[in-house]
Design a protein around this ligand. Structure first.
Ligand code: ZN
Length: 228
């Protein structure tokens, strides 16, 4: 999972992640920024925010069976798909050597503009470039080869918040874990009005209906891209 901010993975994919880890898959989170730009109690010193948000993301990951997290520490709010970012994501891909990378769509979703935060688009663009061509190209970023990291081909990309969703995961059974993961982001007051669960049920229920699942089911949606 490659995402821009702490909590992005939990809104977009935590129900699917819980299903995958329960089935025995190993999942790594790569979080690019520390989410240090917004929505915070002014009493909290700014330099404490990255530590707080990393701890919250670590707790959220534990709720869905994930214990391997990489924080790249980029500043929140000004992310660009630079070569440095592509190299840093490529490093993680070559270390972890996954079959699948899940990231944010680099394509703006005009129907859900809040999902298309500029940092999300930049994270998605850099991660897509890292999957193809950087991670598989042994001549890309020679510094990584010098670190002993050999090229690795990721077979498929799954894009969150894509305007062309074509792949759906039924998360009805793992919904309680997704809710627990989101509530772990205490500093973001994700449930400040007490309606988080209701909002999620509306959103994921509509996604399940789109997928043709039965009434009462909940789903997360992705665009699947084969890269081989
Ligand atoms: Zn975000």
């Amino acid at each position: 999972m490659v995402t821009a901010h702490p909590d992005d993975v939990d809104f977009g994919t935590a129900g699917s992640v819980a299903a995958w880890t329960a089935a025995g898959s190993a999942v790594t989170y790569c979080v690019i920024t520390d989410g240090d730009a917004g929505g915070f109690d002014p009493e909290v010193p700014r330099d404490r925010i990255p530590g707080i948000r990393r701890a919250e993301q670590t707790a959220a990951a534990a709720a869905v069976g994930v214990s391997d997290l990489v924080f790249l520490g980029y500043p929140d709010g000004s992310l660009q798909p630079t070569l440095d970012l592509r190299r840093d994501i490529t490093r993680v891909i070559r270390q972890v050597r996954p079959d699948r990378v899940v990231t944010q769509s680099p394509e703006r979703n005009w129907d859900r503009i809040f999902a298309s935060h500029p940092d999300h688009l930049a994270a998605g663009e850099a991660a897509v470039c890292a999957v193809y061509p950087d991670a598989r190209n042994p001549f890309a970023f020679p510094a990584l080869a010098a670190e002993g990291l050999e090229a690795h081909t990721v077979g498929e990309l799954w894009l969150m918040a894509s305007p062309r969703a074509d792949t759906f995961v039924d998360v009805t059974d793992t919904f309680p874990q997704k809710l627990a993961a989101l509530r772990a982001h205490v500093s973001q007051e994700t449930d400040r009005d007490g309606r988080l669960e209701a909002r999620l049920r509306d959103w994921l229920g509509a996604t399940a209906a789109l997928a043709g699942l039965g009434p009462g089911r909940l789903a997360e949606a992705f665009q699947r891209v084969a890269t081989t």
